[in-house]
Design a protein around this ligand. Structure first.
Ligand SMILES: C=CC1=C(C)c2cc3[nH]c(cc4nc(cc5[nH]c(cc1n2)c(C)c5CCC(=O)O)C(CCC(=O)O)=C4C)c(C)c3C=C
Ligand code: FE2
Length: 511
């Protein structure tokens, strides 16, 4: 039976809460019951609980788990297993091969006119709004509807940061620095940028990859932690593209699904925090406030998104690194940027800031942790909205750690991650087409997504189309009722070909 190996993005983390000294206390092993059970099942050898490597059987898709210690996990996790099983079949590193690295990212509107079509692309993504099967045909009309309504609020935000997202510029710069770093490490690779919701779209990057005749591709999502809504969505799109293209089906590739646990990344984050703490009069009195982008709770609790567990693990690792440097500040983790009527991961950043103010915290250092570029949610939400809230809440001194951007330790570590993955590019490719479609490296994406999101259950739409009411709960239910009403209206629009969307001319679809 042919065996293939894939790396799962999961890790098991201690969830934590703030005690009265604002110090995180370890609690249960894992916040998600599902992950907990999963991890329990995997832990039979007394090794570290941090990383899990899954071996898939190509014919049965059964999972056999092996564990790696944290130390091994920090560097070439795949290497450890693959070298034991596949040393002789590993393809030469460079030779005649043309190596490409595809950086996957979200993308952002470059002008205010781009905002609504950008939002359309975002809400048209079934990994952002997952409709019941029966209503799937409404995905695009609904995305059109929501994007039109959301656009004015989003535009205000983008206007406040200079009229557009800096994401393309920064990601291009990261790609160039990564290319230089790879060349300096004797790996002559081309680096491409593929965005999920705006230019350069992933499809555009893939076309370039084909034109350049790349033979080995490393796929690297620029999100340190894995979420269905970010890396998962990009990988799902990529898999669809690969499947339909003869050239791509035959191109060898591998995916690095998440890399928050890498030593270089952790050290780079700790460096930034250490540096920023020095700007305070009493650095040891500062509460380190990790603020991660939220996801709706149902992603974690119902679909099994490993995002929360990975985020908590990531914070633990950064804190361990700071401890080693004798930096033992109080810290906490909260989730920002929620939209819509459903419950998102808690604690919420805004509520936590108010709570810390009430507890008498005077110095706060915000650390954006889910994304490696400056973007609207650092430049506007954190720097303007949360800062204002903090000052109002009695926090006198506010600081913010910059996003990693092109920070050299970080870029060099990304280059190392790529280099470490190279021996596994195509190492798991198999000759039979059927297996190739369901297994690693292509299959690794599919298996990865299937493993925690097997039924692709519908998720409550995270976005409010309409809301009114005076209490949180009234808003929630009003929001849900409004969603239902909008769905009914949309069904009528589609079935009769008439209605207000047609009248307003907002039915035509983008992309
Ligand atoms: C790890 C990072 C991110 C997660 C997780 C994520 C989930 C998620 N986001 C939305 C809705 C919106 N996101 C928007 C912008 C945006 N999101 C991220 C990152 C994550 N999103 C970034 C980096 C950006 C900004 C890009 C830029 O232009 O600078 C927006 C648009 C802005 C706005 O209107 O607020 C929306 C809407 C959902 C619903 C979701 C999980 C389901
Ligand atoms: Fe987002």
């Amino acid at each position: 039976m042919a065996e293939s190996i894939a790396m799962l993005p999961w890790s098991i983390s201690s969830s934590a809460h703030l005690d009265h000294h604002h110090r995180m206390l370890p609690r249960a092993l894992c916040s998600s019951q599902k992950l907990y059970r999963f991890s329990e099942a995997c832990m039979d050898g007394g090794l570290s609980r941090n990383c899990v490597v899954a071996k898939y059987s190509s014919t049965q898709s059964s999972l056999l788990f092996a564990k790696q210690s944290r130390q091994k996990c920090l560097t070439p996790l795949k290497a450890v297993v693959a070298s034991e099983t596949q040393a002789s079949s590993v393809t030469p590193l460079i030779g005649n091969d043309k190596i490409g690295v595809l950086l996957l990212n979200l993308g952002g509107p470059e002008t205010l006119d781009d905002v609504q079509p950008f939002l359309f692309n975002l809400f048209a993504d079934p990994d952002i709004i997952r409709l019941p099967r029966l209503f799937r045909f409404l995905q695009k009309p609904l995305a059109q509807f929501i994007s039109v309504f959301r656009a004015s609020k989003s535009k205000e935000g983008y206007a406040a940061i200079g009229g557009g997202s800096p994401l393309r510029r920064i990601t291009d710069a990261q790609a160039e620095e990564l290319r230089k770093s790879l060349w300096s490490k004797n790996v002559p690779a081309k680096v491409y940028v593929g965005m999920r919701y705006w230019h350069p779209f992933t499809e555009e990057a893939i076309e370039q990859i084909k034109r350049d005749g790349i033979t080995k591709l490393v796929v690297l999502p620029l999100y340190p932690q894995f979420s269905i809504s970010t890396s998962g969505s990009s990988l799902r799109l990529l898999e669809g593209i690969f499947r339909e293209d003869e050239y791509l089906v035959n191109m060898q590739h591998t995916v690095i699904p998440s890399w928050y646990q890498r030593e270089g990344y952790i050290k780079a984050m700790a460096d930034l925090i250490e540096k920023e703490l020095k700007n305070f009069d009493s650095p040891d009195k500062v509460v380190i406030f990790f603020s991660a982008h939220g996801v709706p709770l149902a992603y974690v609790e119902e679909a099994g998104d490993p995002y929360k567990a990975e985020m908590e693990e990531c914070v633990d690792l950064i804190i361990e690194e700071l401890d080693k440097r004798k930096i033992t500040n109080a810290y906490t983790l909260a989730y920002q940027s929620r939209v819509g009527p459903v419950e998102w991961l808690k604690p919420y950043t805004d509520e936590t800031i108010i709570e810390l103010g009430k507890k008498g915290v005077k110095n706060l250092l915000a650390v954006p942790i889910s994304f490696v570029s400056e973007h609207i949610e650092t430049l506007e939400e954190i720097d303007v909205e949360y800062k204002e809230l903090a000052l109002k809440s009695g926090i006198a001194n506010w600081g913010r750690v910059p996003a990693l951007g092109c920070e050299p330790t970080f870029i060099s570590d990304l280059a190392d991650a790529v280099i470490e993955s190279l021996p596994y590019v195509g190492a798991m490719a198999v000759s039979n087409i059927e297996a190739r479609q369901s297994l690693v490296p292509l299959g690794s994406v599919e298996e990865l997504l299937t493993a925690y999101d097997s039924q692709r259950r519908e998720l409550p739409p995270p976005v409010t189309v309409w809301e009114w009411g005076w209490t949180k709960s009234a808003e929630t239910w009003n929001g849900r009722a409004a969603m239902l009403a909008v769905l009914v209206l949309l069904v009528l629009e589609v079935t009769t070909g008439e209605g207000f969307l047609h009248q307003w001319g907002i039915f035509p679809q983008f992309r």
